[in-house]
Design a protein around this ligand. Structure first.
Ligand code: URA
Length: 232
């Protein structure tokens, strides 16, 4: 990869900052000063020093984002702001959201560049749980609850898999599902005669939205959170 990208991935500054630093002679590759930001290096075998300190390359990064409504869950979009636009400071160009939350939905979104972990978490065969808080247009009752618990017809080939429902109050529930069909939660509530007016993802597998994380902010996952996700 390019030397300037490598330094960004090591969190040593934005692309323009690290380019300046390279040109200023602050970077060595295998003890030789390199002045060209575009020079290619091997991140696994080359020994790179920045201002005299050896750089530690992180191949994979993991962030918990508290998605606000109004952003689309995509890496880029011609017309809309995306969740990845929030990560421009990170200087990485390989981040993507693991799964999707609707534009009007909020809550937990895992952002990473680890394709294998994302694939595992999204695989239908893995049945990774997704828990949502739903605010509803109409009163929710035990008939709707048991329908969701048994599985409902949302127009797919099969009924939805049994969900776990907790009633919070008359018009608020939490719903845990193990599938990830397009607009699944909204379609499930519609199928039982209700309507979702607010949707927030609280959990994906073992990863729970940090209550301290303000909407629109993100933080690195801890080692423990990442390890637990790998076991999902
Ligand atoms: N189900 C939905 O309807 N929307 C989401 O964003 C996620 C699950």
């Amino acid at each position: 990869m390019r030397l300037d990208k490598f330094l960004c991935d090591c969190r040593l500054g934005t692309r323009s900052q690290v380019k300046k630093d390279i040109k200023a002679g602050l970077v060595t590759v295998n003890d030789v000063k390199v002045l060209k930001p575009e020079q290619h290096i091997d991140e696994h075998t080359d020994c790179i020093h920045y201002k005299g300190q050896q750089c530690v390359y992180e191949e994979f990064v993991y962030y918990m984002l508290h998605k606000p409504s109004g952003l689309v869950s995509a890496t880029e979009d011609k017309h809309e702001q995306t969740v990845i636009d929030l990560f421009s400071q990170e200087g990485r160009d390989d981040l993507f959201p693991v799964g999707r939350l609707d534009k009007d939905a909020e809550g937990l979104l895992l952002i990473t560049n680890d394709g294998a972990l994302a694939h595992a978490l999204l695989s239908p065969a893995k049945h990774v749980e997704k828990e949502y808080e739903c605010h509803l247009a109409k009163s929710f009752d035990n008939i709707q609850k048991s329908q969701l618990e048994q599985g409902v017809d949302i127009g797919e080939k099969a009924m939805t898999k049994p969900a776990v429902v907790h009633i919070l109050d008359e018009k608020r529930i939490t719903l845990t599902i193990i599938e990830g069909k397009f607009h699944q939660v909204k379609r499930m509530l519609y199928a039982v005669g209700n309507e979702v007016v607010y949707l927030k993802r609280l959990r994906m597998g073992t990863l729970t939205l940090d209550q301290e994380l303000p909407k629109g902010s993100y933080r690195r996952l801890t080692e423990e959170e990442t390890e637990n996700l790998r076991k999902c």
